[in-house]
Design a protein around this ligand. Sequence first.
Ligand SMILES: [Fe+2]
Ligand SMILES: [Fe+2]
Length: 355
Amino acid sequence: MERVSLDHVHSRLLPRGWGVGILVGLVVSAVSVVVPDRGLLEVVNKAGTRGDYFEVFSPFWPGVVVGALLVGVSVAGWLLQRSRPAVLAAGAATAATVTGGAWLSTLVHLASQGSWIEGRPCRHDDGRLDLPAQSGATATLSPVVAYWREAARHEASSVGTFEVLADRLTSFGANEDLAVRCWRAADDERRHATLCTAIAEGLNGGPIGDLDAEWRPSSQVAEDSLERLATEAFVHGAIGEAFSAAILRAGAGSAAPELEVLIRSLANDEDEHAELAKDTIRWCLARGDERVHLALSAAMDAVAEEPHYPSLLVGVVIDDLRVGGLLSESETVDLWRIVRQESINFLRSELAKTS
Ligand SMILES: [Fe+2]
Ligand SMILES: [Fe+2]
């Protein structure tokens, strides 16, 4: 759940300097009303005596008006912030009505939760991950080892995503280049699953169990469309995989030397997958109609201000994160904001070209 506070609202709707200025202004106004030589009681008595409240209070009116305006802006901002989830839900519902799919509500919800995911794992229509089973318990593993072990599951599932995506794009008449790149990405994700397992075993100093080699996705893509392809590409690829590349690259430098090369390799591939997603969006926009615009806009408006941080890593000391090539929760926020803004800028530009 996104944190809501006046400070948070100010940081969104007003420059931070304004927030400080408003606070100082209100304090100065309050002090000026109650200073001893011009105390409030004295002023009220004068007004009562002369019967002219406006004139006696006139020195304070500018401050009162400005203060009221600033308080009004703050309250309005707070109310807007409080209503944002409802507004997003209403927007998604409207877009879903036009595009004809509940899938959009799921994607909008996922976008509003932020991202920290390895690869682009398969998902059910309600957003739940569709992952292969893995033998062995996590209870005996350190959080960092358990994280990389879980990442291997995500990467293995991502193979299925790209294999299915190649067929989906082909069925909509996409050019061969996109489908070939999907098949190549599927091979990358297969390799990533092996690399993540190797990283986990390297950190663990021994085996961590095996992924179910017979696993196949049970999730199905119902109600497929160009707008769904485009919106998935934006949420899971242009943002999700680009963010994945960014955190991997940032974490690689501090990882144990034998892991650094592996993690950089993951980052380079995820960058390519993010580019594939962007090209998919361009193709869908060129081929589709206003429903593609509508669905993409709904997802773009919903993208969270902060990333999702894996619960496995909460509370892990920074030295352990460093050795494992991982970042602290606070370190991810700046990276997320950069990737988020770049992705939104990209999409705005593409939407403008085709509107
Ligand atoms: Fe990927
Ligand atoms: Fe991957």
